[in-house]
Design a protein around this ligand. Structure first.
Ligand SMILES: Cc1cc2nc3c(=O)[nH]c(=O)nc-3n(C[C@H](O)[C@H](O)[C@H](O)COP(=O)(O)OP(=O)(O)OC[C@H]3O[C@@H](n4cnc5c(N)ncnc54)[C@H](O)[C@@H]3O)c2cc1C
Length: 348
């Protein structure tokens, strides 16, 4: 993790430093809620993981009444926004080759990342070459919004004037900061908490260091899955005593106590002004115009318009939303793309 991330998390200089109200299900604790207080917003201080979420997330959006935002409709915008270090070029069905946001596959050459990745051969969650492509599920190298050791920061400030020359020449500005940027989050993965779940509901960030950092059942499963993975052969030469919750915490009750005491947010608030159909009383934003229902000339384009949270980190989905919104405001739309998507063997 870049040192700057930890610095910004502990300072109010570039961070709004919010806290939630006390949460009754977390023993009354308030959760720390950092947010970027600078051009580029939270993308200026985030951990630079590039994660798109699962195709089903966007198909769910459409089912939730957000017409025109299915996976096949949003994939062209993920690609348009991106230049990926391992793209195969214009015919790559999943990854972009000439967009403004550089995503680089983490090298993950630290021996602990290598051990983590090797576990994909020994555990049923498996290994995936590209969690943002054909298959999300499995352990994987993480893609990072880093190029030549520099953070990629998105300034999406021009969308509301999308007809202007400024926007035509690109709603993107690159402010390369964080010389020598690197991320210790170069591997991770996705798993399903049970075979009955259609797509991953657990995300791992594998971090070769320690950090002090509803769905109790999923969180318990995540702890147990992590234990299973660290018990595998590739970690034999590295494994020490479990630091937290500790080997004595085994029962559901003990794990729940630990979760309530320790769980924190991974900094992805969203969905507070969700897109939805006119008939949905909870919808705030019209997905065909990005306009706010009942208010003239007010558009919203950020993570708050997600109708439900994408499974993963939210920077890449937010950038996709901005890219697609930009076309919506210009009355344009890219053709749908429907490449195949991996389904678990026990699902059809
Ligand atoms: C510490 C941290 C680490 C993260 N790591 C990752 C990661 O590795 N990968 C990933 O995909 N995502 C990550 N995220 C999440 C990701 O950065 C956000 O989901 C994304 O930036 C959301 O974009 P947004 O435009 O909705 O909001 P923001 O980027 O937060 O933009 C909101 C803007 O509004 C401004 N603003 C807010 N309140 C006010 C106010 N009262 N007055 C004036 N201006 C205001 C802010 O200054 C900011 O410029 C991380 C977030 C944080 C905080």
């Amino acid at each position: 993790m870049p040192a700057a991330l930890m610095y910004n998390l502990g300072s109010t200089r570039y961070n709004w430093f919010y806290k939630t109200t006390p949460q009754k299900n977390l023993d009354g604790r308030s959760i720390y809620w950092p947010r970027g207080r600078v051009w580029g917003g939270s993308s200026s201080l985030n951990a630079m993981c590039y994660v798109r979420g699962h195709p089903y997330d966007y198909d769910l959006w459409e089912k939730e009444g957000v017409e025109g935002w299915s996976y096949s409709s949003v994939l062209p915008y993920f690609k348009k926004a991106e230049t990926y270090s391992h793209s195969t070029g214009p015919n790559d069905p999943y990854r972009g080759h000439n967009g403004p946001l550089i995503a680089t596959r983490g090298s993950a050459d630290h021996p602990l990342h290598q051990a983590w990745l090797a576990c994909g051969r020994f555990h049923k969650i498996g290994y995936t070459e590209d969690m943002n492509g054909f298959r999300q599920e499995g352990v994987a190298r993480m893609d990072m919004t880093i190029k030549d050791g520099k953070r990629q920061v998105q300034h999406l400030c021009c969308l509301s004037s999308s007809n202007s020359e400024q926007t035509k020449s690109g709603a993107w500005f690159y402010n390369q900061t964080g010389e020598g940027a690197s991320s210790h989050l170069e591997s991770g993965g996705f798993a399903r908490s049970s075979d009955t779940v259609p797509h991953p509901d657990i995300q791992f960030h594998f971090l070769p260091s320690t950090v002090h950092d509803d769905g109790l059942e999923e969180l318990r499963t995540a702890i147990r899955l992590s234990r299973e993975i660290f018990a595998l052969k590739p970690f034999d030469e590295f494994r020490g005593e479990e630091l937290a919750p500790g080997k004595d915490a085994q029962s559901d009750k003990q794990l729940d106590q630990f979760i309530k005491k320790a769980v924190a947010s991974a900094y992805h608030p969203s969905c507070s002004c969700k897109m939805g159909s006119e008939n949905d009383p909870a919808a705030v934003v019209n997905p065909k115009t990005m306009g706010v229902y009942g208010v003239e000339n007010l558009k919203i384009v950020d993570a708050s318009v997600m109708p439900s949270i994408a499974s993963g980190n939210l920077n890449a989905p937010t950038i996709m939303i901005a890219e697609k919104a930009s076309d919506i405001l210009k009355g344009k739309s890219l053709p749908k793309e429907t490449p195949p998507i991996w389904t678990p063997p026990n699902k059809t």
